[in-house]
Design a protein around this ligand. Structure first.
Ligand SMILES: [Fe+2]
Ligand SMILES: [Fe+2]
Length: 304
């Protein structure tokens, strides 16, 4: 275990990257993941952070510590490109797998878990020592199609829903207590905090008095309320752990959008694999290049 931890600690958890590629939901889609990795390589990114619903071990067999084809492909191409891959769990990532591996290896939930030579799963509330003030990792989200997913074991023989997909109040408390006195430059998250009046909240949140969201068939009202509650819980982290000029980057909603709160904190959501075609077009909507302080790097104007 000591050897593994030393290897982990010698990588991006102690080293300063200057170019970081952020990527939205891949959902185990290797063609999209490859297009994003190639894009990151073209941008000379030092490291890639996938913002959940990544799909690592998305395919069966689950929980048997065997590598899936997707996992092997990501690791191989990350090695070819010389880029390390970090990812946080979304609601559709295999929480059972990463939890059991952490337990087996004696690694705390807040610590990174090495999944393959070039691939790490980030911890819940993990701090990355990047930039002057650091980065904070906030995994998790609510599956609004939870009912359909809960029956997956009966229907298809393996689970595609995990009970601990979303952060609890206790987990949020721990993150707030640990980080409130030293706010970070960047939060990398799967979900987005509730942002009153924002375009995303008007479309998605039942907390909005004027809701423009159209009803989605097959989606339970309880799941929608749980999703709203999760957004509200994340607001505590947004308010107390993110620096006034910081960036909150997220996936989960499968849309590229951005929002600025009172001319200060920025929120950027990235699109998902469905936007990328066979030729890799559309990858710009699911990828973002930033520096260690969370400022966007315009690759077209940057030759370093
Ligand atoms: Fe998601
Ligand atoms: Fe997703």
């Amino acid at each position: 275990m000591l050897t593994i931890m030393m290897l982990v600690m010698s990588k991006w958890f102690t080293v300063q990257p200057s170019r970081i590629a952020l990527v939205g939901d891949v959902h185990g889609n290797w063609a999209a993941a490859k297009a994003c990795l190639l894009w990151a390589g073209e941008q000379q990114a030092d490291v890639v952070v996938f913002l959940g619903d990544f799909g690592f071990d998305f395919e069966p067999p689950y929980g048997k510590h065997q590598k899936s084809e997707f996992e092997a492909c990501v690791n191989r191409w990350a090695g070819k490109l010389g880029i390390d891959v970090l990812y946080l769990n979304g609601n559709h990532d295999n929480w059972a797998w990463t939890d059991s591996e952490r337990e087996r290896q004696g690694i705390a939930a807040v610590e990174p878990l090495q999944m393959a030579e070039h691939v790490w799963n980030l911890g819940v509330g993990q701090r990355l020592p990047w930039g002057e003030r650091g980065w904070l990792v906030v995994p998790g989200g609510v599956s609004i199609d939870r009912v359909w997913r809960q029956y997956s074991r009966q229907r298809i023989g393996f689970p595609i829903w995990w009970e601990n997909e979303a952060l609890t109040d206790a987990q949020i408390d721990d993150i707030v207590v640990a980080n409130t006195d030293r706010p970070v430059d960047v939060v990398v998250a799967h979900d987005c905090p509730y942002l009153p009046g924002s375009w995303l909240s008007r479309h998605l949140s039942q907390n909005e008095p004027i809701r423009e969201r159209s009803e989605i068939s097959g989606i339970g009202q309880k799941e929608l309320r749980d999703s709203d509650d999760h957004q509200l819980r994340l607001l505590r982290i947004f308010d107390s752990c993110l620096a006034d000029d910081g960036l909150w980057a997220h996936g989960h909603y499968h849309i590229n959008w951005r929002h600025e709160v009172q001319d200060s904190k920025r929120v950027i959501g990235l699109d998902c694999d469905g936007i990328v075609d066979q030729q890799g077009e559309g990858v710009q909507d699911m990828c973002l290049l930033v520096d260690a302080a969370g400022h966007e790097i315009d690759a077209s104007k940057d030759s370093t």
